[in-house]
Design a protein around this ligand. Structure first.
Ligand SMILES: *[C@@H]1O[C@H](CO)[C@@H](O)[C@H](O)[C@H]1NC(C)=O
Ligand SMILES: *[C@@H]1O[C@H](CO)[C@@H](O)[C@H](O)[C@H]1NC(C)=O
Length: 231
């Protein structure tokens, strides 16, 4: 995914005990097109009030607010102060899904590029378009992928197989997805009978178009592959 990182807007308010009545302070912070305005007031009965107003474009990040109220212990001998720490952390919205991707409802957006590649090149090609080499998360997803995609890239030598995004190159026998998740936690681990059987010679995960069953294969084989953008 394209990663747009929003600045962490961190404010530290010092609310002094016994602040002057009706004291009023204002601060404005701005990070890109996001601005934050802060009003600190003390009302007639001496209660400090803090109001924050976050202004952002409608099509922007969503925000999480983290508040912490404590007492500072900066220096010995200093009057203790109440410290309100307010952290606003933005979650970036996803980059738009590339136009060639097809939505399979409740599963994600998918595309089979019209070529066959070795596993590492297929993985990198998906990443380059803001996607990841697909890993089915259910029987239904595996079947939908095999049904939907042709696995017939013109230069494929083995047209009934397609790469999936997991490998056990790091530790023999432990397949891990391109996103770093153990395959066993992904929701679909139905191997072709007797598989995986390749030991150190076959470290990359593929599946059969005819039955959606998993197979470990030599990573240098050139196979069709499916890229996925999650929902
Ligand atoms: C000041 O703020 C406190 C806390 O919200 C509230 O209980 C109190 O009634 C307020 N005083 C006035 C005069 O509004
Ligand atoms: C795959 O097969 C389908 C159906 O025959 C065809 O329309 C499509 O062009 C083929 N794709 C490639 C990359 O050969």
């Amino acid at each position: 995914m394209g990663t747009r990182t929003w600045p962490l807007v961190r404010l530290v308010l010092l609310v002094a005990a016994g602040a002057a009545r009706r004291a009023r302070a204002q601060s404005c912070f701005s990070g890109g097109s996001v601005s934050l305005r802060l009003d600190v007031t003390t009302n007639e009965t001496g209660h400090p009030h803090v109001h924050a107003r976050l202004d952002q474009p409608a099509e922007s990040a969503s925000w999480a607010l983290d508040l912490d109220l404590g007492t500072s212990a900066c220096r010995a001998g200093q009057q203790p102060r109440k410290v309100l720490t307010l952290a606003l952390v933005g979650t970036p919205l996803k980059a738009p899904v590339p136009p060639e991707y097809e939505l399979l409802p409740a599963l994600g957006y998918f595309r089979q590029p019209p070529r066959a590649l070795d596993w590492a090149s297929a993985r990198d090609a998906c990443w380059q378009e803001g996607a990841a080499l697909a890993v089915p998360q259910s029987q239904r997803e595996a079947e939908q992928l095999t049904r939907r995609f042709a696995f017939n890239a013109s230069d494929a030598t083995r047209v009934d197989l397609g790469w999936l995004g997991a490998s056990d190159a790091a530790k023999e026998g432990e397949f891990v997805t391109v996103g770093g998740v153990p395959l066993s936690k992904m929701g679909y681990t139905t191997w072709n009978p007797g598989q995986p059987a390749g030991k150190a010679n076959e470290n990359c995960l593929a599946f059969w178009k005819s039955n959606a069953l998993l197979e470990d294969l030599p990573c240098a084989w050139k196979l069709p592959y499916i890229c996925k953008v999650p929902l």
